[in-house]
Design a protein around this ligand. Structure first.
Ligand SMILES: [Zn+2]
Ligand SMILES: [Zn+2]
Length: 371
């Protein structure tokens, strides 16, 4: 790929435009690209995400997995689907990249699965279609829990649901709240750093596994009927965390239905000027985020320049997800630290004793990864 292409394509995948009504510069450029390559146009892909917490018997999972895989392959769909049995937090969680003309066919695959009879999936579309699929392949994986939690929790422990607020209700209620209102960002620290709701509390965790304990501490001094607001990317983490709180006796737990993605559509479609969310909504796929507003809230972890693009360290043994500006990317050869750079070049052996993440995040033990 020529440097010019790299310069232009990067913002498309990293910084989706928020304006649906007029073409962004990225759109104009992509149209130009399409016209240049009109002999071999690639079908655009639509990011599609959905989940359901649902009791699935363990014995049903192997046939369900192969059925989904076979049907989606025929529809040229890629992405990541997790299935989990009811012995843990059971159900389905899917992030897909679907050829636009196959979206309704893909939805009907899930709408007609006998294992989900009675479940009405709420499909969440990405803010923009992408020129290329945002996953490399299709993975349908069986896991003990849909979302990893540190303690033993299953669907029965989550039977009392939190209050699901539509983006409009969310926007109206939070617009009238003061700074003392408990608004919790249920995502990982780096997701918060690149985009967040005004006055949101940062969990400062590396993974969701760490967050229920932090949540317990956060609400310990609060009354059981005090309003708690929580949000995440698409809603699944709050469906679990919100139900966890409600089942502990908290009676006023409110979550954003469909997460930040749904709120992004709401502000676009209604041309809401005063978005309460600023920055980018990080996504665990090749897009690495959807831009909700043009604000750049974060800084390069290495030089401090304004930047909100997350990438993984090129040292595969480290793989730390961190913020790196283009100039540091070049200078440090896509690695997070001098130690990792030395490992990549074979100047040093990888040592499990050394905390390679310490140069970015001293307390870090666990790391996330991108597709
Ligand atoms: Zn930098
Ligand atoms: Zn590294």
């Amino acid at each position: 790929m020529q440097p010019m292409c790299r310069f232009w394509l990067a913002p498309y995948f990293h910084q989706s435009s928020v304006c649906a009504s007029r073409p962004s510069i990225q759109h104009i450029f992509l149209r130009f690209q399409r016209s240049k390559h009109s002999l071999a146009p690639s079908a655009p892909f639509r990011p599609l995400a959905f989940y359901a917490l649902h009791a699935l018997p363990e014995t049903s999972l192997p046939s369900l997995e192969s059925n989904i895989r076979n049907q989606l392959k025929k529809l040229d769909t890629v992405g990541r689907i997790y299935l989990a049995p009811d012995s843990g937090i059971g159900g389905i969680n899917a992030q897909l990249s679907v050829p636009v003309h196959q979206v309704s066919a893909v939805q009907s695959v899930f709408d007609t699965l006998p294992q989900f009879r009675g479940v009405s999936f709420e499909y969440n579309y990405g803010m923009e279609d992408t020129e290329k699929p945002s996953f490399r392949n299709l993975k349908v994986l069986l896991k003990p829990h849909l979302v990893a939690v540190g303690t033993a929790v299953n669907n029965r422990d989550l039977s009392k649901k939190p209050i699901y607020l539509t983006p409009d209700q969310w926007h109206q209620q939070l617009s009238n709240c003061d700074k003392d209102t408990l608004l919790i960002d249920m995502r990982n620290h780096y997701e918060y750093d690149v985009g967040r709701f005004k006055n949101a509390t940062k969990m400062n965790v590396d993974t969701f596994r760490d967050s229920l304990k932090v949540l317990d501490d956060l609400v310990a001094s609060r009354e059981k009927d005090e309003a708690i607001y929580m949000y995440c990317t698409g809603g699944i983490r709050c469906s679990v965390a919100g139900a966890y709180m409600t089942n502990k006796g908290y009676t006023n737990v409110n979550m954003l239905k469909g997460g930040i993605t749904n709120y992004g559509h709401y502000i676009n479609e209604n041309k809401v000027e005063n978005s309460l969310f600023r920055g980018s909504n990080f996504t665990f796929d090749g897009r690495r985020g959807e831009r909700i507003t043009d604000d750049v809230l974060a800084h390069c972890h290495q030089c401090g320049a304004p930047c909100d693009v997350l990438s993984n360290c090129a040292n595969k043994l480290c793989h730390l997800l961190f913020i790196q500006c283009p100039s540091c990317k070049q200078k440090h050869e896509k690695t997070c630290s001098s130690e990792c750079c030395d490992v990549v070049h074979g100047r040093k052996e990888w040592s499990h004793e050394y905390n390679y993440h310490a140069q970015i995040r001293p307390s870090s033990k666990i790391h996330a990864s991108l597709e």
